[in-house]
Design a protein around this ligand. Structure first.
Ligand SMILES: Cc1cc2nc3c(=O)[nH]c(=O)nc-3n(C[C@H](O)[C@H](O)[C@H](O)COP(=O)(O)OP(=O)(O)OC[C@H]3O[C@@H](n4cnc5c(N)ncnc54)[C@H](O)[C@@H]3O)c2cc1C
Length: 402
């Protein structure tokens, strides 16, 4: 019989899985990260990290490296897709940083992923393995087992499912299905030189152009060398179990008559890959025995609050706290983990949907009311975002009570 090694298995080596490995290492525990892809990596697009996420990156010792390659936007700005009018802004300057303890940054996903991967590779407690597609997980009398399609088994004492939206490990807890929002995204980065000669381009801010059933996000990444763009819209041709909806042709129709800067964004957008948008309903249990979910596997959300990765990082930070407190009593650690994290992440999941409805409003009365409220906001009024950025699981900022 195979002897169960004294280690935790982490299924999935995305932001969540790698951060979970760093969390376990901080608690002095060994992990093996099993990633299905032939190489660890991320797609070629940008990611926003709020101060709640930055607190965690700082805790795991990668904050400074990330700050070297990130961009520090001055404001988050909402603009009307058609008129170009600025509707609202959030000032990310000194007051914001002072209040939340960390800056708001934007960076290339692969830069973030690489920084986490590098920290994992430097840790003697983290073992990283690629080409490991896990089909099924099980508990055994003295631990857990992750089973590949070939039937090959990897055994350990505990297991964290960090395998994303289409998680196989989630099936151990729930038979729920991912819910398609009927929106698609097209995204990618282009060299900044392609657009920076346009005097009308605003390189200091994260810009979100909004309009009925669509939005476009733009910001520079990688020290300002690349420009990230995401175009998102609701398809009127959605068909379940089909890829024939949300096409580039439909995108062009949706944005007909848009402001010239939005038209320009569309002219540079990568049209080959479309990303249908999904989330799931929050569930009230992520753990059983020595098995637990984390990141998108536990709480996949729509990206409208730019918090999915941030919540995966918060998960990892709190995981470090519970592992330090409960040691190898995984059952107790994972119970305490989910008791803290489920309410928080469910709130973010639900609010992401609501924010989507607000920015995508299509009825003229709702748009008028929304824009009137938006325009009255002070850019330094942080009351609406306090619940997101004000929660800290980073270095020394949160003590566990459970
Ligand atoms: C358009 C868009 C924009 C976004 N913008 C932001 C943003 O600005 N800020 C932010 O914080 N979040 C953002 N998000 C959300 C963020 O990308 C996710 O929440 C985050 O990537 C989740 O990380 P994860 O590690 O939990 O899952 P994933 O990133 O999905 O990683 C899962 C990993 O598990 C591997 N895997 C999957 N199945 C298996 C298996 N069976 N066996 C082994 N390995 C497996 C995968 O290959 C992958 O490496 C955005 C999402 C989208 C779609």
């Amino acid at each position: 019989m195979t002897k169960t090694e004294d280690k935790m298995i982490i299924v999935g080596g995305g932001i969540g899985g790698l951060a979970a490995a760093l969390a376990a290492a901080e608690a002095g525990q060994k992990t093996t990260v099993l990633e299905q892809a032939p190489e660890f990596g991320e797609i070629g697009a940008g990611i926003q990290m709020g101060p709640n996420a930055m607190a965690v990156l700082d805790r795991f010792g990668v904050g400074k490296e990330i700050e070297k390659i990130a961009v520090f936007p001055k404001r988050l700005v909402l603009k009307d897709t058609f008129t170009g009018e600025e509707l609202s802004a959030l000032d990310l300057g000194e007051e914001f940083k002072e209040k939340y303890g960390f800056p708001y940054i934007v960076l290339h996903r692969s830069d973030l992923h690489f920084a986490l991967l590098d920290a994992c590779e430097k840790s003697p407690l983290v073992n990283l393995i690629t080409d490991q597609h896990i089909e099924k997980i099980e508990e055994t009398t003295d631990g857990v087992v992750a089973i590949k399609a070939s039937g090959e088994k990897v055994v350990g004492k505990a297991l964290i499912g960090a395998d994303g939206l289409w998680s196989k490990t989630r099936a151990y807890f729930s038979d729920d299905k991912a819910i398609c929002a009927e929106y698609v995204a097209y995204r990618g980065t282009i060299p900044i030189s392609e657009i920076s000669d346009d005097a009308n381009m605003d390189m200091d801010d994260v810009i979100m152009w909004i309009g009925p059933n669509h939005h476009v996000v733009q910001y520079p990444v990688r020290r300002g060398e690349l420009y990230n763009q995401v175009v998102v819209f609701k398809s009127l041709n959605y068909k379940e179990d089909s890829d024939d909806w949300g096409t580039p042709e439909e995108m062009d129709q949706v944005f007909e008559g848009a402001h010239p800067l939005v038209e320009k964004a569309l002219s540079f957008i990568e049209r080959q890959i479309r990303w249908p948008m999904y989330d799931r309903e929050p569930i009230d249990n992520w753990t059983k025995g020595n098995i637990c979910l984390l990141g998108d596997a536990a709480h996949p959300m729509l990206q409208y609050l730019a918090q999915g990765g941030g919540q995966a990082l918060e998960d990892a930070s709190y995981l470090a706290d519970v592992l330090k407190k409960h040691g190898k009593n995984y059952e107790a650690a994972f119970k305490a983990f989910q008791e803290e994290r489920i309410p928080r992440t469910a709130r973010v999941q639900r609010n992401a949907r609501v924010w989507g409805e607000i920015i995508h409003a299509e009825d003229p009365t709702s748009i008028l009311l929304r824009d009137t409220i938006f325009k009255q906001r002070d850019a330094k009024d942080f009351s609406q975002v306090d619940w997101i950025y004000g929660q800290k699981y980073g270095q020394g900022s949160k003590k566990i009570t459970k």
